[in-house]
Design a protein around this ligand. Structure first.
Ligand code: G3P
Ligand code: MG
Length: 248
């Protein structure tokens, strides 16, 4: 792994814990990712109805748990009863939805780095950003590399910045128009993250010239990874933790 002042984190980041090798966004997935040598993990965090941060990619519970409807409309007491493993395999039946606090504890104990994607249920952008920042202020030790907060929602990053300005931020973008770095600059982001086909010489140069790092999701094949590495990408988020082996 190459590290720099621009990107002081591991180059390889395991998507949703271990990509598609275990039920996404569960502790089982994080453990699986770690077993393949990963030392940094991306996850998706959102708020329960009573203000507990949990890991879940979709707004709704249906795809990855045995629950139904919006996760943001249920309390932690309800969410904590759900099975987030059976949809994937009987091997992981009963695996719970983790709280972000649990996962942070696992990371700090093991000295792993984390990229928390703030994935707000629509309408809770600022509240979710603020809650993530406040939790980190409370539980993340200063002697470990600070978690990287990312989001497709500038409002969530702005709220996180207000509550905890010292935490590094990354803006997720779905497209790269001419002035794509403007919002990230305004939010004092450390990085821009986007889909790998959008990165080329010109877009990476533009990001580097602004002093930011360029990260790519979700890279699952060798040709794309090689192309990005040649271009000077700073970090890669991948599902294929079984294929790309980080050099630790
Ligand atoms: O954070 C990178 C990536 O996870 C963004 O897309 O939909 O997989 O959360 P998604
Ligand atoms: Mg994500």
């Amino acid at each position: 792994d190459k590290q720099s002042a621009r990107w002081p984190y591991p180059f390889w980041i395991a998507h949703r814990g271990a990509g598609k090798l275990a039920p996404e966004n569960t502790l089982a997935a994080f453990r699986q990712g770690a077993s393949f040598g990963y030392r940094m993990f991306e996850c998706d965090a959102r708020l329960s109805a009573d203000g507990v941060l949990v890991l879940l990619h979709d707004d709704a519970l249906d795809r990855t748990t045995n629950g139904k409807g919006l996760a943001g409309e249920q309390t932690w007491a309800e969410l904590s009863q759900l099975d987030a493993g059976s949809w994937y395999s009987r091997l992981w039946a009963g695996e719970p939805i983790p709280t972000l606090r649990n996962v942070l504890h696992w990371c700090t104990t093991n000295h792993y780095a984390i990229n928390i994607e703030i994935k707000p249920t629509p309408g809770t952008e600022a509240a979710t950003g603020k809650a993530v920042a406040k939790l980190l202020k409370k539980v993340w030790p200063a002697y470990l590399k600070a978690p990287l907060l990312s989001s497709f929602q500038p409002e969530a990053l702005a709220a996180a910045a207000e509550a905890a300005p010292h935490l590094p931020r990354a803006l997720l973008l779905d497209e790269l128009p001419d002035d794509f770095f403007k919002t990230a600059q305004k939010l004092h982001c450390q990085a821009i993250v986007c889909r790998h086909p959008l990165w080329n010489k010109k877009t990476i140069k533009a990001v580097h010239e602004k002093g930011m790092a360029a990260l790519s999701h979700t890279v699952n094949d060798e040709d794309s990874a090689e192309r990005l590495i040649k271009l000077g990408i700073d970090g890669i988020i991948t599902d294929r933790v079984d294929f790309f082996t980080p050099i630790v």
